[in-house]
Design a protein around this ligand. Structure first.
Ligand code: NAP
Length: 279
């Protein structure tokens, strides 16, 4: 990498960030697209977020990614939000344009691109059951609700959060909120089951969000978790003959859409994927 006095900064704001593959992936993107920029990961504690964002603004950052725990708190520090970020109520990508910081959310569209690319699913008229109602669920639920599905059922341990998300997405499709204990009644009518909970994520790889005997062969089972690549839920789904979809493609495509926002050109998906696939 040829860093000069005109090289501009990009970065990731999170807490912690040491596990992130974004620096390897995004610096490779800059190299391939011949963009004089460097991408670094910044571990910023919540109470330091305003100072960090003011510094990025003053130092001419092209933009930055935002991850846990800052995706909602960042909103008050930005000048504008695009429509999707506004609908989801969270930001994972910021672009600095003419001195203004503009917030986007690429998680939902990244998820949808990955799902369609890897499974070819036609979502029209489908019943979707979403497990979880946290930050990732908000992005995925909003995007799926707008994608022509017939019904979205949201199941969560804390039912009030499922109810809140069901109300939020009900302007685009029929929605229902249930507790995790009532999942058996809905799963037989479900075509797409999406796990957005952290259950099954490394190191707790023996956990699964639902009893695996509830799975059936007509399901497409999608898991946002990407460590491990194949969760216990996906293993059980494969074993009953269901189609499966893992979380690594979402990670790829949410970054690819951020690249499109920053540089106004397509991301080099193949090279980005190679970096993500490395353990
Ligand atoms: P979050 O906001 O903390 O939400 C966590 C969700 O999991 C909540 O619905 C929570 O239920 C549920 N949950 C956690 N522990 C549980 C337990 N023991 N029993 C039942 N439910 C439990 O987290 P997030 O940011 O949405 O992330 C969720 C997962 O998505 C993580 O595994 C993350 O790695 C993955 N993710 C992947 C991508 C990607 O690019 N592939 C992007 C974003 C996130 P309560 O509401 O009841 O607490």
């Amino acid at each position: 990498m040829n860093i000069t006095a005109t090289t501009r900064p990009l970065g990731l704001l999170g807490y912690p960030v040491a596990h992130s593959k974004s620096p390897q992936m995004l610096n490779r993107v800059c190299e391939i697209l011949n963009i004089p920029a460097v991408y670094l990961a910044y571990a910023v504690a919540p109470e330091q977020l305003p100072q960090a964002v003011a510094g990025m603004r003053a130092m001419g950052f092209i933009g930055f990614n935002v991850t846990i725990p800052h995706k909602v708190a960042i909103i008050d520090l930005l000048d504008e939000l695009d429509e999707t970020a506004l609908e989801i109520g969270a930001v994972n990508t910021v672009v600095q344009r003419d001195g203004k910081l503009i917030g986007y959310n690429t998680d939902g569209i990244g998820y949808l691109r990955s799902l369609q690319e890897e499974t070819n699913v036609d979502l029209t008229g489908k019943t979707v059951t979403l497990l979880g109602a946290g930050g990732a669920a908000r992005a995925v639920a909003t995007t799926l609700a707008k994608a022509g599905i017939a019904k979205l059922v949201i199941a969560n341990r804390t039912v009030s959060k499922a109810e809140e998300l069901a109300a939020m997405t009900s302007k685009w499709t029929t929605t229902e909120a249930i507790g995790m204990e009532n999942i058996a009644d809905t799963i037989c009518h479900t075509q797409l089951l999406v796990n957005t909970t952290s259950l099954g994520m490394s190191p707790n790889i023996d956990a699964s969000p639902i009893a695996t005997e509830l799975l059936h062969s007509k399901l497409l089972v999608s898991d946002l978790i990407y460590r491990p690549r194949e969760t216990k839920l996906l293993q059980a789904a494969s074993a009953v003959g269901a189609q499966t979809h893992g979380g690594l493609g979402m990670l790829l495509h949410q970054a690819a859409v951020a690249v499109e926002h920053w540089f106004d050109q397509a991301a080099p998906l193949k090279e980005m994927w190679e970096i993500l696939e490395r353990e």
